[in-house]
Design a protein around this ligand. Structure first.
Ligand code: PMP
Length: 360
């Protein structure tokens, strides 16, 4: 319906059709207000109800303990790369970073501007360094890792046990794809534009006691305390993006929460990884089966880069778009976030089989 394609983009990415339809229906006149969410004051009671409901539903979904704050910020996950060290460490203090791909590398490089970064472990884009091998510094202010590397397609399958250190996680590309134990974390952050909603809002979940120690010289906008004290409304928040995220949260709550979502995500990912395995080497996944991402599935056709180009072109003709791998790694990548229907994944798996048969 609506002439929509199956969109495998890594982000901004597919959103649920019923969420888009609801946003469309409410666009011109939100709940009798005579205007859209995009057009109204963020200080009014209407928008206040929107942001409060979004937070409440997210708290339900992730079972967020009451000693954690939820923030809706701007600047993308990339701004968190600097906000985290500026709030959690003084100049010269040590912070631990686990580098498992392009995004955690960027995070570590940014933090190095503000404090002493210890690279506690490094991945190779194919596997993840076991937590027991991490060389954490005894005096680190926090341990940062990326739960799902969007480009490499490697994903942690459990919470890394870092003892009583403060654990900080970039969950940009797998946020709300599965239940998580928030109490194990100091900070969880995610840009919304992959698994949640539109670009423009970054969600931060932060343990209360970590708020309030921002460096004095840091920009006001990078101080968690300012945003906590002002309920994410110190300045004009990304109202529309928060509203759409709220619609997604509401939908997921109604669908039965994140256990149900995780089960579906497992099924979807298995269809693609099975298709790769069944091709007996025609397609290859570079990633260790133990840490394969349920969200981003990179794969190649090792025998021929030309066939990869053809694959992407023909898939596009068949209504499956954005399958080109990240420019830094090439090949293909299917991003199959929450909102990707299982039918899209089934169609891609069938297409893979047929393409293989034609070119074997
Ligand atoms: N972290 C991860 C894991 C990502 O996938 C991305 C975006 N691709 C970022 C951080 C950067 O996010 P943003 O564009 O919102 O700054």
């Amino acid at each position: 319906p609506h002439g929509r394609v199956f969109n495998f983009s890594a982000g901004p990415a597919v959103l649920p059709v019923d969420v888009l339809e609801r946003a469309q229906a409410e666009l011109l006149n939100w709940h009798g207000s005579g205007m859209s969410i995009m057009e109204m004051s963020h200080r009014g009671k209407e928008f206040e109800s929107v942001i409060q409901k979004a937070e409440a539903d997210l708290r339900t979904l992730l079972n967020i303990p009451s000693n954690y704050k939820v923030l809706f910020l701007q600047g993308g996950a990339s701004t968190q790369f600097s906000m985290i060290p500026l709030n959690l460490a003084k100049a010269g203090e040590t912070v631990d970073y686990v580098v498992t791909g392009a995004w955690s590398k960027k995070a570590a490089e940014e933090a190095a501007k503000y404090c002493k970064v210890n690279i506690a472990a490094k991945g190779d884009n194919k596997s993840l360094p076991p937590v027991s091998s991490w060389k954490l510094s005894p005096d680190s202010r926090y341990v940062h890792y990326c739960d799902n590397e969007t480009i490499g397609g490697v994903e942690f399958k459990s919470v890394p046990d870092v003892g009583d250190r403060v654990l900080v996680s970039d969950m940009s590309s797998n946020f709300i794809s599965k239940p998580i134990d928030v109490s194990k974390y100091g900070i969880i952050y995610a840009g919304a534009q992959k698994n949640v909603g539109p670009a423009g809002v970054t969600i931060v979940i932060i343990r209360e006691d970590l708020v309030g120690a921002c460096r004095a010289e840091a920009p006001t906008m990078l101080d968690y305390k300012i945003h906590v004290e002002n309920d994410s409304m110190y300045n004009t928040p990304p109202c529309w993006a928060i509203y759409v995220c709220g619609l997604v949260f509401e939908k997921l709550v109604k669908l039965g929460g994140l256990d149900a979502m995780q089960e579906l995500n497992r099924q979807k990912a298995a269809i693609l990884y099975d298709a790769i395995a069944e091709s007996k080497g025609f397609y290859n996944s570079p990633v260790d089966p133990a840490v394969r991402s349920l969200m981003n599935v990179p794969f190649t056709i090792p025998s021929s880069p030309d066939l990869e180009k053809q694959f992407i072109k023909e898939a596009e003709k068949a209504g499956m778009l954005q399958l080109k791998g990240h420019r830094s790694v090439g090949g293909m990548r299917a991003s199959i976030y929450n909102a990707m229907p299982i039918e899209g994944v089934q169609k891609l798996a069938l297409f893979m089989k047929e393409f293989h048969a034609k070119h074997a």
